[in-house]
Design a protein. Structure first.
Length: 269
């Protein structure tokens, strides 16, 4: 590994059919080196092999859980594989999550703790490792081959959810975690934007993105079991389209950065 190429890191790819995996595929296709952090080594290795077979360069870094120790260990291992000198970190996506959808009195202390550990503490640890690197970066140069906008050192994105901006009857445990990510991303955006680091959140990225609607993943398809819904492109969110929205955020220059965007279905706009 000698040529300088930007590095993309994602935490959380599930079974490879959702937003995290789609974004990894897109950035791998665009020439980024890809570091995959997630539970479930089978799905992780399958995605890495897929990206590599299509001409990309991806390596999987499986974790047993999203504890701070596991996340820090993954970053140590990925830096042994992708040295800063040849693979400067330019884009990082925190896509891990833990969902609980139950009436409040049915929720256990363990479920609340897991929601906070994955949705808040893991996001904090991931952000810290990312920002320790991004703050040391120089401004991204076109010669690296990345897509970062002008006057930018890097981009940190969080995947949010509708539950991060409003609670509902069965989302009390889930919402406290997603509200936490939203608060974290907003705070980091204000602190590190002054250092030319773009933080954001996308709802359903520090930009946060809000995803408002069901994403077309294997899990959701199995749950809904509705071929008409699957076939209606206006009725569900496509993870490949969400990945393109993330790319658009990365491409923003520092004169017009978004902190939070809301991805909705056409009929909800």
């Amino acid at each position: 590994m000698s040529a300088i190429r930007p590095l993309f890191i994602v935490a959380g790819i599930g079974n490879g059919s959702g937003t995290g995996a789609s974004t990894a595929r897109l950035f791998g296709k665009l020439g980024y080196r890809v570091a995959l952090i997630s539970r479930g080594p089978e799905h992780l290795n399958k995605l890495a092999d897929e990206i590599n077979q299509k001409g990309g360069e991806a390596v999987s870094f499986p974790v047993q859980d999203y504890t701070p120790a596991s996340i820090r260990s993954a970053f140590t291992n990925l830096r042994n594989r992708f040295p800063v000198s040849t693979s400067p970190l330019r884009v990082a996506l925190f896509n891990a999550g833990y969902g609980v959808w139950k009436p409040f009195l049915s929720i256990t202390e363990e479920e609340v703790r897991e929601s906070l550990d994955v949705n808040v503490l893991a996001a904090y640890t991931f952000s810290r490792e990312v920002l320790l690197e991004l703050t040391k970066n120089d401004i991204e140069q076109p010669s690296e081959g990345g897509k970062g906008g002008a006057r930018k050192k890097g981009t940190l994105i969080f995947t949010g959810a509708t539950a991060s901006i409003r609670g509902n009857t069965t989302t009390s445990a889930f919402s406290i975690g997603k509200f936490g990510i939203r608060a974290l991303s907003q705070s980091l955006a204000k602190e590190f934007g002054q250092q030319n680091i773009h933080v954001l959140r996308l709802t359903n990225a520090t930009s946060q993105s809000i995803i408002d609607g069901n994403i077309l993943t294997d899990r959701v398809k199995s749950f809904r079991n509705d071929s008409t819904w699957e076939a209606n492109a206006d009725a569900r969110l496509n993870p490949d389209s969400i990945a393109k929205a993330y790319l658009n955020l990365v491409e923003q220059d520092s004169s017009a950065w978004a902190w939070e965007i809301d991805c909705k279905l056409a009929y909800l706009v």
